[in-house]
Design a protein around this ligand. Structure first.
Ligand code: AMP
Length: 505
C-alpha cells in the first residue's frame, strides 16, 4: 500500500493485514481502528491537495494534541509535503517568525487564534489558513467537497525527500529549522522497533506532546512500524497513566513524568505488572530517579538520547544492564564519537569532548541556513551535536552537558554537570542547575541555583561550606541562589537561558 511513497509505505506495512486492529484507544474509551486512522489521513491528504498543497510544500500546524493532528502528519506525508509542527506555547509573534521563515502553503491553527493569526499568515503569503480544535473539530475537517468515489492516489516520494521540518528549541539566537527526510524518520523507527522489541501485541501509553520528535516520531512511528496500539492521552496525568498501566505494555516519557509518577500512591510492583518497558529521554534522568523507580516498581527505566536533528542516537540495552546516568550504546547503523571541540580529533575512551554522530538518522541540514549547516554538519557526514559527553571502556555514552553551557572561569573549563552532581548529593538538596554568569575578573562565575527539600535550612553559606572540600576551588560556586523550582520547558528540560537572564544582574 502507498507504493512509491517511501515513508508512508513503510509506516503502513505492518498494519495492512490487520486493518481492523486497534490503532488507538481514546480518552472516552472509544477505539480507532488502523483502517479508520488511515482513511482519515487520506481524507486530510485530499483536503491538503485541494487547498493547493504541492509536493515539498510545508504544512505548518499549531494545534492542541488530537488524533487529527497525527492524521495531518500522515496526510502531509501522503500528499508529498513537509510536516511542520509548532509548539502550542509559541506566541503569535513567534509564529509569525516561523511562518515567514518556513513559508508554508497551508497553516492550521486553533480556532481561538484564527482571528489573530489568519491576517499574519495571509500577509506572509500563506495560501490557506484552516482551524483544528482539541476536540477534532475545525475547518480542516470539512470533507464535504471531497470526491470519495475516486481511489486515493498517494504522491510518490523517495527516501531522500523531505518529510518533516522541526524548529529546534533554540535557547540562544534564532531557532533553526531541521530538515528531516523520509529515510531519517523510517530508519530510526525501524531500528527502535527492533531494539526495543516492539510488536503488534504492544500497547503504548501516549501522553507526550506531538509537536516534538519524542511524541511525534519516536512514539508514533514505532507504534505504526510495529502495528502496535496506543492509549491516547491529551497530556500528562499521573492518575490516568497509573490506571492505564493494567492494559498497557510501554510508557514513553520525559524525566518529569517519572519524578511525578514516583509520588503516586498507587505506583507499585503490582501496578506495573503488565508493563514491559519504561523509556525516558529528551532531558537527563537523574540517577536517583532511576534508582528509586527500580526500588518501587522492580523495573529499570531505559534511558535513550536523541535530538531534533537526528532522532535517536543511543539507547540503553533492552536486554542487559541499563546504567543510571548513561544513555547507553550507539544504536545500530548510528556511529558516535567523542572529539576535541577545537581540533575535531577523536579523543580516547573516557575523555570528555564533543559528541558527534553519523548515520541514516542524521538530518539533511538547517532550512535556509547553509552556513550554520556547514559549521555543524561535516562533509564526512558527522553532525556536531553541541552536546558534551564521554564513552566509557564498556561503550556506554554519558552526556555531560551542552557545549554552550560550558563555563570558562579564570581560564579553566567547568562542566556544570560535574558541579550539579556534587550539589545534588548534599543532604536536603532536591536538584540544582549550575550556570556561568559574566564576571569582571574571571570572565564567567560559576553560579548554582538550588531547590532544597521543604523545611530544610540550607543557605548560601552552608552550601558553599559543604562544597569547599569536595571540588576544586575554581569549580565552587561564587553565587548560590535557593529557589522553589527550576524553570523547565514542556519536554522537561531545565531552561538555563531563563536562569542566566534572571540572575545576570
Ligand atoms: P531536542 O532537539 O529538543 O530533542 O533536544 C535535544 C537535546 O536534549 C540533546 O541535544 C540533549 O542535550 C538533550 N537530551 C536528549 N535526551 C537526553 C538524555 N537522555 N539525557 C540528557 N540529555 C538529553
Amino acid at each position: 500500500m502507498y507504493e512509491g511513497n517511501y515513508l508512508a509505505q513503510h509506516l503502513r506495512a505492518a498494519s495492512v493485514a490487520q486493518s481492523e486492529g486497534v490503532f488507538a484507544k481514546m480518552p472516552d474509551k472509544s477505539l480507532v481502528s488502523y483502517q479508520a486512522f488511515f482513511d482519515g489521513a487520506q481524507a486530510f491528504a485530499q483536503v491538503l491537495i485541494s487547498k493547493g498543497v504541492k509536493p515539498n510544500d510545508r504544512v505548518a500546524v499549531q494545534a492542541d494534541k488530537s488524533i487529527e493532528v497525527l492524521q495531518l502528519y500522515i496526510a502531509t506525508v501522503l500528499a508529498g509535503a513537509v510536516f511542520l509542527p509548532l509548539n502550542t506555547a509559541y506566541t503569535p509573534a513567534e509564529i509569525s517568525y516561523f511562518i515567514e521563515d518556513a513559508s508554508p502553503s497551508l497553516f492550521v491553527c486553533d480556532p481561538k487564534l484564527y482571528a489573530q493569526l489568519e491576517p499574519i499568515a495571509k500577509r506572509l503569503g500563506v495560501l490557506a489558513v484552516e482551524t483544528l480544535a482539541a476536540d477534532g473539530s475545525g475547518s480542516i475537517t470539512d470533507f464535504s467537497t471531497l470526491d470519495r468515489t475516486e481511489p486515493f492516489k498517494v504522491v510518490p516520494r523517495d527516501a531522500s525527500d523531505l518529510a518533516a521540518f522541526l524548529y529546534t528549541s533554540g535557547t540562544t539566537g534564532r531557532s533553526k529549522g531541521a530538515m528531516l527526510t523520509h529515510e531519517n524518520l523510517w530508519s530510526n523507527a525501524s531500528t527502535l522497533k527492533d531494539y526495543w522489541c516492539f510488536s503488534d501485541k504492544d500497547v503504548l501509553i501516549h501522553a507526550l506532546p506531538v509537536f516534538h520528535i519524542h511524541g511525534l516520531f519516536v512514539a508514533l512511528n514505532i507504534t505504526l512500524a510495529a502495528g502496535s496500539s496506543l492509549i491516547f492521552m491529551p497530556s500528562f496525568n499521573a492518575d490516568q497513566i497509573v490506571d492505564a498501566m493494567s492494559e498497557a505494555t510501554v510508557l514513553m516519557g520525559v524525566p518529569t513524568f517519572y519524578v511525578r509518577l514516583l509520588n503516586h500512591r498507587y505506583l507499585s510492583k503490582h501496578s506495573v505488572a503488565n508493563m514491559r518497558l519504561f523509556v525516558s529521554g529528551s532531558a537527563p534522568l537523574l540517577a536517583e530517579t532511576h534508582v528509586k523507580w527500580q526500588e518501587k516498581t522492580g523495573t529499570a527505566i531505559l534511558e535513550r538520547y536523541g535530538m531534533t536533528e537526528t532522532n535517536m542516537n543511543t539507547s540503553n540495552p533492552y536486554q542487559g544492564d541499563r546504567r543510571p546516568g548513561t544513555v547507553g550504546f550507539p544504536l545500530p547503523l548510528v556511529e558516535v564519537k567523542i572529539t576535541d571541540p577545537v581540533s575535531g580529533e577523536t579523543l580516547p575512551i573516557g575523555e570528555v569532548g564533543s559528541i558527534e554522530v553519523r548515520g541514516p538518522n542524521v538530518f539533511k541540514g538547517y532550512w535556509k541556513m547553509p552556513e550554520k549547516t556547514k559549521e555543524e554538519l561535516r562533509e564526512n557526514g558527522f553532525f556536531i551535536t553541541g552536546d558534551l559527553g564521554m564513552i566509557d571502556d564498556q561503550g556506554y555514552v554519558s552526556i555531560i552537558g551542552r557545549s554552550k553551557d560550558l563555563i570558562i572561569t579564570g581560564g579553566y573549563n567547568v562542566y556544570p554537570k560535574e558541579v550539579e552532581i556534587v550539589i545534588d548529593d548534599l543532604d536536603g538538596v532536591v536538584e540544582s542547575a549550575v550556570i556561568g554568569l559574566a564576571h569582571s575578573d574571571f570572565g564567567e562565575a560559576v553560579t548554582a541555583v538550588i531547590v532544597v527539600e521543604p523545611g530544610v535550612n540550607l543557605t548560601e553559606d552552608t552550601i558553599k561550606k559543604a562544597l569547599s572540600t569536595s571540588i576544586a576551588k575554581f569549580k565552587q560556586p561564587k553565587h548560590v541562589f535557593i529557589v522553589d523550582e527550576l524553570p523547565r520547558n514542556t519536554m522537561g528540560k531545565v531552561q538555563k537561558n531563563v536562569l542566566r537572564k534572571a540572575y545576570s544582574s
